[in-house]
Design a binder for this molecule. Structure first.
Ligand SMILES: NC(=O)c1ccc[n+]([C@@H]2O[C@H](COP(=O)([O-])OP(=O)(O)OC[C@H]3O[C@@H](n4cnc5c(N)ncnc54)[C@H](OP(=O)(O)O)[C@@H]3O)[C@@H](O)[C@H]2O)c1
Length: 314
């Protein structure tokens, strides 16, 4: 067995310039002494539109490959010299991963692949198969099950990001915590438990997974930072702001009605409604997380998360 077969050492990432990709790559960079080489692939448009971000990474010694994610040649060339691919491509590019996986499976160097998940468990129970936002990621998992023989694939399932859920929403009916107005809208009864991961912990957990290589062909890691109810989140906001907040509720049947209308109107927030309904119905909860399987301890806490949000909104 070669070194590259036993543990990820040369890590190439897609989607670094996105919402969660930036947190993941920052943690890979922080852990660079564990790797021989780190780099990322980005589009021409991002390289042109975000030159400071892209050049900043180059100056830090990161290999930046500019190309077209839909070009087999660009991708196959980018894979040369790497053994691991991490994808954090956005929701609109989920199916672009199928050719990325196909090329990785055929490549002589790539052994490990991390598809873009970092969210809701798309195979939580039987009803998951019918949830609209899961369909593209389900197609990716199906492709992998039916076609991948060589690659070791890891899915990092994190549940919702508390940075977003505990934030101020432009769609208050779908839940919001507004620090300046000291107003919150809680979903359901406010007493439903939800398992969250902070954006920073998504990156740290991914690095922990890289450092704990698997022999399984498909490893699904269900990880988190903490499990908490919206009422507990509100109590922590009130404690840290030293004030009583004005609170309203969106009962689950009202949320479901808004969800249905959002899909009928093809509203941009339709996915948010569905995911928040799933989370409030318990679709993030497990007896135990897989944090221990990858030796991960010391997650961020609810207190720390809320302190960050208060600072950001102030
Ligand atoms: N758990 C949660 O609360 C939560 C929240 C948001 C997202 N997520 C999940 O996290 C993953 C990443 O989502 P994100 O929101 O971070 O992604 P994003 O910001 O929408 O996009 C990430 C990157 O993907 C590339 N990209 C985007 N659209 C593309 C397209 N049409 N064709 C080719 N490349 C494209 C771009 O990178 P380059 O231009 O640099 O190539 C972009 O910066 C997804 O699986 C998503 O479902 C989870």
């Amino acid at each position: 067995m070669t070194a590259t077969n036993s543990a990820p050492k040369k890590v190439l990432m897609f989607g670094v310039t996105g919402l969660i990709g930036q947190y993941i790559f920052q943690e890979i960079y922080n852990a660079q002494s564990s790797f021989e080489k780190i780099g990322f692939f980005t589009s021409k448009s991002t390289a042109t539109n975000k030159p400071d971000e892209v050049n900043g990474w180059k100056e830090k010694g990161v290999e930046v490959i500019v190309g077209d994610v839909n070009s087999e040649d660009d991708v196959a060339k980018a894979y040369e010299g790497y053994d691991t691919v991490i994808s954090a491509l956005g929701r609109n590019a989920i199916l672009s991963q199928i050719p990325l996986i196909k090329i990785a499976e055929a490549s002589s160097s790539i052994n490990f692949f991390y598809p873009s998940e970092y969210g809701t468990d798309i195979e939580y129970n039987a009803s998951s198969a019918d949830e609209k936002p899961h369909q593209l990621k389900l197609q990716v998992r199906k492709y992998i099950r039916e076609n991948v023989k060589k690659l070791k694939v890891t899915y990092l399932v994190t549940g919702p990001y508390s940075d977003l859920y505990f934030g101020k929403s432009s769609e208050p009916q779908a839940g919001t915590f507004d620090v300046k107005a000291k107003k919150a809208t809680l979903l359901g009864t406010g007493e439903e438990k939800i398992s969250f991961t902070t954006e920073k912990d998504v990156g740290r957990l991914l690095v922990a997974a890289l450092k704990t290589p698997t022999t399984e062909h498909q490893r699904i890691l269900k990880v988190n930072s903490f499990t908490v109810t919206s009422k507990e989140v509100l109590a922590e906001f009130e404690k840290q702001t030293g004030a009583k907040w004005e609170v309203s509720y969106t009962p689950i049947d009202v949320l479901k009605k808004a969800e249905k209308e959002a899909w009928e109107k093809d509203s941009p927030v339709k996915t948010v409604y569905t995911l928040r309904r799933i989370w409030n119905e318990g679709g993030t909860l497990y007896e135990e997380s897989d944090n221990g399987k990858i030796g991960f301890k010391g997650t961020e806490t609810v207190e720390e998360q809320i302190r960050k949000i208060i600072k950001k909104q102030s």
